[in-house]
Design a protein around this ligand. Structure first.
Ligand SMILES: NC(=O)c1ccc[n+]([C@@H]2O[C@H](COP(=O)([O-])OP(=O)(O)OC[C@H]3O[C@@H](n4cnc5c(N)ncnc54)[C@H](OP(=O)(O)O)[C@@H]3O)[C@@H](O)[C@H]2O)c1
Length: 294
């Protein structure tokens, strides 16, 4: 996969839809500037926007698609539920999917993820059932989860089997197409990635630049020097070559362009392997470790 990657590269999800391999994140992007910033990303060539109800900017992010003049079906748009105002539940998931459609005016959502497992078993199940129904209603194309630990994933898999029995067979419990976690060389999450790969679930990697908090690492700097690229480009290329879908955020045009400049070089397999550590350092949050009751 590594050698032929381009900004147009996509991966086919189990749902049958294609997802562009480089995502543009909007966490903490100011609402007032979000349309213009996403429009700039689309102008540069990104075709995948990662938002969330909880980022309070999904409307402006969605508006960038129409503002860009790019056909709706050429942009992959993600949002997540729940948001702080509406804790995880069946009812709130129904409401938040409708709110996202209304705010973004996109007609349908390419991907909706359960943002985190917080809420307890019954609410996680309820939220999943609401997402399954939103797919059946044509509001959402693909669904998945974010920040689930393996124990939460196992619980969901059991629930899907239960729904299939209750609702009339294979597929009726919904399909986990995508999972989203903080992943980078200091948090490779082998257990979760393996769980997903065994089932054909695509893994998105958030905070691929470690929120810019670890620039200056000697190994990354040495690779930047070797390839004549920036540290950000090395980290993003690492993510792509690990078979992940990196979601990268910037509000600055020069960095938005820099972060897409990943396709004129290729790390060797040894470089990719050597950069990965067995450390477990989270720069964002880490609900994966929460017990099922949380
Ligand atoms: N599911 C979840 O729970 C979850 C959690 C976190 C993130 N996410 C998603 O993943 C996306 C990315 O993660 P993230 O925002 O946490 O972190 P990130 O993309 O690793 O880092 C963003 C930070 O790096 C800076 N930056 C960007 N490009 C740079 C470059 N080329 N050189 C130097 N600094 C650079 C940005 O500043 P400027 O903006 O000033 O350029 C910002 O401070 C989010 O926007 C969101 O969509 C999801």
């Amino acid at each position: 996969m590594a050698s032929k990657l381009s900004l147009n590269s996509t991966v086919k999800l189990i749902s049958g839809y294609e997802m562009p391999l480089l995502g543009f994140g909007v966490y903490q992007t100011p609402k007032a500037e979000c349309t213009d910033i996403c429009k700039e990303a689309l102008r540069i060539g990104y075709r995948h926007i990662d938002s969330a109800s909880d980022y309070y900017n999904q409307g402006p992010a969605g508006a960038s698609v129409a503002a860009s003049g790019i056909p709706r079906n050429e942009v992959f748009f993600t949002t997540k539920v729940p948001m702080r105002r509406y804790p995880l539940s069946y009812e709130n998931t129904v409401k938040l999917v409708d709110m996202a459609l209304e705010e973004t005016k996109l007609g349908y959502l390419d991907l909706v993820l359960i943002h985190s497992p917080y809420g307890g078993p019954e609410n996680r199940k309820g939220a999943w059932r609401a997402l399954v129904e939103s797919v059946e209603a044509g509001k959402v194309r693909s669904i998945g989860v974010s920040n689930y630990g393996v124990h939460h994933l196992d619980e969901l898999e059991q629930y899907i089997a239960q729904l299939e029995t209750e609702r009339g067979g294979k597929g009726k419990g919904g399909i986990i197409s995508v999972g989203q976690w903080e992943v980078h060389p200091w948090l490779t999450r082998p257990d979760i990635v393996q769980w997903c790969r065994a089932r054909g679930i695509v893994v998105q990697a958030y905070s691929p630049l470690l929120r810019a908090k670890r620039f200056g690492d000697p190994k990354v700097m040495a690779l930047a020097e070797k390839y004549g690229k920036t540290e950000a480009q090395i980290l993003l290329r690492w993510s792509l070559q690990r078979g992940l879908v990196p979601l990268v955020k910037s509000v600055k045009a020069s960095r938005i362009a820099e972060n897409a400049g990943l396709y004129d070089f290729e790390l060797t397999e040894a470089d990719v392997e050597d950069l990965a550590t067995t450390e477990y350092i989270s720069y964002a949050w880490d609900p994966t470790v929460e017990p099922l009751g949380a």
